[in-house]
Design a protein around this ligand. Sequence first.
Ligand code: RB5
Length: 149
Amino acid sequence: MRISLASDHAAVAHKHAIAEHLKAAGHTVTDFGTGSEASCDYPDHGLPATVAVAEGRADRCVLICGTGIGMSIAANKVKGIRCALVHSVDTAKTTAAHNNPQVLAMGARIVDIPTALAMVDAWLTTPFETRHQRRLDKITAYENAHPSC
Ligand code: RB5
């Protein structure tokens, strides 16, 4: 898979660990920054990484900031994107099965690196349960009916 990654300054170590983990599993990773612990603004990195999925240049995206909240808010503004903020392997598995999110967000101040890697694996390997599709269709219908939302 082609997977885009982005973090802010609070989550560089988590992002590098996830990048190495994904590359070792055979994925192609594109890192949209940031590359340092100097303070930056999470939308500057998270939005381009998310748009790469919306435009078909990446299959999935992982976003990490201090809490994951800012990144998830930003990513969910991108048309057609479902970004899930997760904090455990169970929530990562459940969102894959129920919400089919193309983008996963997490907080480096919330979960340690081993948990982050396990959450990414759970999200990538858990199949979507199609009985939930009609709920996703309702979100898409709302989005299409409100182009300025
Ligand atoms: C940065 O200090 C922090 O606000 C950011 O990483 C994130 O938690 C925002 O939601």
